[in-house]
Design a protein around this ligand. Sequence first.
Ligand code: IMJ
Length: 256
Amino acid sequence: MSHLLKDKTALVLGLANRWSLAYAIARAFRREGANLILTYQGERQKDTVEELAKELGASRVLSCDVTQEADLHHLNEILRAEGDQLHAVVHSIAFANKEDLARPFYETSREGFLLAQEVSCYSLVAVARAVAPVMTNGGSIMTLSYLGSQRVMTNYNVMGVAKAALEASVRYLASELGPNNIRVNAISAGPVKTASARGIKDFSKILDVVTANAPLRRPTDPEEVADTAVFLASHLGRGITGNVVYVDSGYQIMGL
Ligand code: IMJ
């Protein structure tokens, strides 16, 4: 069996529970021999993530709220103190007020708009700044996106705008970190039933439409997203940066 991430250390941010895409990615990274560092946000998540970390065989679990500059500074210091370099970083973080995903986009408040941008987009920039100095031998930073960044998807609203900014941030970061051999990409996943999708109106209908019309005629499996993350983190992905890779059964190409 190949171990695509042997001797590599990966930091995974945004693992909340077993349904998280970050969980599937961490599992696949571990399968490929990576040393894992996980972060959680807030005391409420601590126990869950520590338990999953044990199960995954992660070497470290750190508290990190990406909206707090002090937390990112602390993350940077811990990574420096570890001594070993970092090779891969997975940013799987997004948030918008629930009301902003249910009412017309033009009713989004200034506060709600800025919150979605801060948590879902600016956090990638802040994380990149915190981790780049420890990626001394080059590396791969990746984030998760969704087609709602490019097309109007019902109720995605303020998140669509945040994902558009996130994908643009990927390109600017890739341009600036490329000379240090740090690659930056996004994986645009098809709809998956995660905690972030639960409670979203008509989510099963959206899944049915994708399944009926996507070239592969099936929904996106978290493990397909995770294997693409392995590829991007590994030597195999060495020529790819600034890209948005669709892992969506091909749905994105369809005009319907
Ligand atoms: C989210 C909203 C509307 C439509 C949606 C989604 N579709 C999909 C999602 C079709 C697939 C899930 N997604 C891609 C997201 O990025 C979700 C982000 C999100 C979800 C919540 C729910 C709970 C909450 N805030 C949130 N913030 C961001 O309070």
